[in-house]
Design a protein around this ligand. Structure first.
Ligand code: ZN
Length: 79
């Protein structure tokens, strides 16, 4: 796997370009914004963006269904 142009700090979502990349993994990184220096707390831009979009879309659909169901029940009880 090629070294990405930058990685994303999971603490503050800052893009960090200054990091050490070896054997397809983040070996060393430091976030200038929040001071995070734990390689496990950084994500590759690809992983970060994909995961974020999937989670958000799934949650939005579920919330809408729940709200609609609750509203129908409430109307029936009232009438
Ligand atoms: Zn940070």
């Amino acid at each position: 796997m090629a070294r990405p142009d930058y990685i994303v700090c999971l603490e503050c979502q800052n893009e960090v370009e200054d990091f050490t990349w070896r054997d397809g993994e983040i070996r060393k990184a430091t976030c200038d914004v929040c001071g995070n220096a734990d390689p496990d707390n950084f994500a590759l831009p690809e992983d970060y963006e994909e995961g974020y979009e999937d989670d958000e879309g799934y949650e939005e659909v579920e919330d809408e269904d729940e709200v609609a169901d609750d509203y129908d029940e409430f109307e029936h009880d009232d009438a």
